[in-house]
Ligand binder design. Structure first.
Ligand SMILES: Cc1cc2nc3c(=O)[nH]c(=O)nc-3n(C[C@H](O)[C@H](O)[C@H](O)COP(=O)(O)OP(=O)(O)OC[C@H]3O[C@@H](n4cnc5c(N)ncnc54)[C@H](O)[C@@H]3O)c2cc1C
Length: 504
């Protein structure tokens, strides 16, 4: 069968998903001469709360040729070195999930195995003291990596906290400058081809009819094309991740500009704190079975560090995934493809993955099923593994209260159960395929949540205990010295990428 190129793409929805997808396709498909059109409705608006990201965004923006300092300035962004989980194991407890690598490997054995070995004999300092990003985050410091052989300063791994609406506007300007056309309007009807059920056209409230070869559904929770028209179905994960609502509000910042996101466990869920240059984003993610909206709102407002800048925005969601992200000639990207709560800041990342995987498996007008199946398998696998990662936070805790007891007693997904069993023996984690979180990320969370392995990787006995301890002590002191040499986050931004002061 000769290739019949895709001539036109219609992206419906102009939130982070719509514009990030448009920007990515416009950049990487420019030589194909394919028309890309994005339809969005100002009347409906966007969710506009995705503000904390993870390190792959840095690489993705660079792959689009976007200047990082420019995007930081224009989205009032700050830098992020990890997430602090406060009160998750029990009130008063705190641990970091830092980005990047802690300590590296020795003879193919991970640093964490030597750390477990020393902990068994009671001599290991807390794990995070061996991580440069964790220590720097605790000090509110930041700098980008520098070329310095044998120094952890060359491996600083980071992400951004950014204003989601400003990011969408930034990407919109980028995509439009690369030929994406924008149509303001509300989609009223989606017509399917009678012979095979593919999407034939969409009609706007204005009466305009738009046809394309490929449709990308970025309509958010509505899933107007993938669900409304194609009835693809949704796998509900609420029994594992029961939070189904959030209240979000920005407030004035008090104190130094921190370089990490904070996730604070609450009686019925948790509260985020995301520091931007000119404000702090806050939100309470909770479960409506256990708390009323008004109460959640009061808890959120009473825990802010500075005056709220507007009324809290209520949001509702159902955690889970679309059964197929790609169905016929329609691909769902963003909230239309599923929702995993923002505890590990994975929403924008999954948009990136959706767009990049689409490029890898970019179809022609034959829409071969093998490509579609592969795409769906990849997206399902990646979101299931993130789901498991999130479930650990809720299930492995000693917190009191009805909500936390429910989380602790819920039967875990089989894939997570298996992983926990493996970890509980020798502290081993095996990362599979394209799953997002590294072995060390899993280690930090499992260890932080108080899961204790019975032993350590027997291969760590290649190093006698005193030398293993020396390895830890050396790593810890190098990390402390490097962190002390890093500038305050606020100063780094002032020097390289300060946003202009907001008007008014
Ligand atoms: C409480 C919460 C906190 C979050 N925090 C984070 C975080 O910290 N980090 C992170 O990475 N992610 C986070 N996310 C996820 C992130 O917000 C989303 O992934 C991101 O905003 C993408 O949204 P979207 O573009 O898919 O949908 P939306 O923002 O809802 O955009 C939908 C678009 O579709 C358009 N549309 C809908 N219907 C029609 C129609 N009939 N006709 C025309 N246009 C239409 C709308 O106008 C809009 O432009 C969070 C999500 C929630 C709910």
């Amino acid at each position: 069968m000769p290739v019949e190129p895709v001539r036109s793409i219609a992206i419906v929805g102009g939130g982070t998903a719509g514009w990030l997808t448009a920007a990515t396709l416009a950049h990487f498909l420019k030589a194909l001469g394919c028309r890309i059109r994005l339809i969005e409705s100002a009347e409906i608006g966007t969710v506009g709360v995705g503000e904390s990201t993870i390190p792959p965004i840095i690489e993705h923006l660079a792959s689009l040729g976007i200047d990082e300092n420019d995007v930081v300035r224009k989205t009032q962004a700050s830098f992020k070195l990890g997430i602090e989980f406060k009160d998750w194991t029990h009130p008063g407890h705190s641990y970091m999930h830092p980005f990047g690598l802690t300590g590296g490997q020795r003879n193919g054995v991970d640093f964490t195995a030597y750390w477990l070995k020393c902990r068994e004999s009671g001599t290991a300092a807390p794990l995070e003291e061996h991580s440069l990003t964790a220590v720097a985050a605790r000090r509110a410091s930041f700098m980008r990596p520098v070329k310095l052989a044998n120094s952890p300063l060359q491996n600083i791994t980071y992400a951004l906290h950014l204003d989601a609406s400003l990011l969408a506007a930034y990407l919109r300007a980028y995509a439009q400058a690369r030929g994406v056309t924008r149509t303001e309007g509300k989609v009223r009807h989606v017509a399917l081809r009678p012979e095979d059920g593919f999407i034939e056209s969409i009609t706007l409230e204005s009466g305009e009819r738009i046809e394309a070869d490929l449709y990308i559904d970025c309509t958010g929770f509505r899933g107007l094309l993938i669900e409304g028209a194609l009835k693809t179905g949704y796998e509900d994960w609420t029994h594992w991740l029961p939070c189904d609502r959030a209240m979000a509000v920005a407030c004035e910042r008090r104190g130094a500009l921190s370089s990490h996101t904070r996730a604070l466990a609450r009686e019925v869920g948790w509260q985020w704190r995301i520091p931007l240059q000119h404000r702090v984003g806050n939100g309470y993610v909770y479960c409506s079975q256990f708390i009323e909206d008004e109460q959640a709102r009061d808890i959120l407002l009473s825990g802010l560090e500075g005056p709220a800048l507007r009324d809290p925005l209520p949001l509702r969601f159902t955690t889970g995934r679309r059964r197929l992200c790609w169905n016929k000639n329609c691909i769902a990207i963003g909230l239309s493809a599923g929702f995993l709560e923002p505890l590990e800041s994975t929403g924008i990342h999954m948009i990136q993955r959706g767009a990049v995987l689409l490029l890898w498996l970019f179809p022609d007008r034959h829409f071969r099923q093998a490509d579609i199946d592969r795409y769906n398998r990849h997206m399902a696998f990646e979101s299931e593994r993130i789901r498991d990662f999130l479930v650990v936070h809720y299930s492995q805790t000693q917190r009191a209260g009805e909500f936390w007891r429910y989380c602790r007693e819920t039967k875990l997904p089989e894939s997570l159960q298996e992983r926990l069993e493996l970890f509980r023996s020798y502290g081993r984690i095996i990362r599979e395929g394209t799953e997002l979180f590294t072995e060390q990320s899993w280690f930090y969370i499992l260890n932080g949540q108080g899961v204790r392995p019975e032993g350590y990787d027997p291969r760590a006995d290649d190093t006698p205990a005193p030398q293993a301890q020396q390895l830890l002590d050396h790593t810890r002191s190098v990390v402390a010295r490097c962190a002390a040499a890093m500038p305050a986050h606020q100063d780094f931004i002032a020097q390289h990428c300060a946003a202009p002061l907001p008007m008014g």
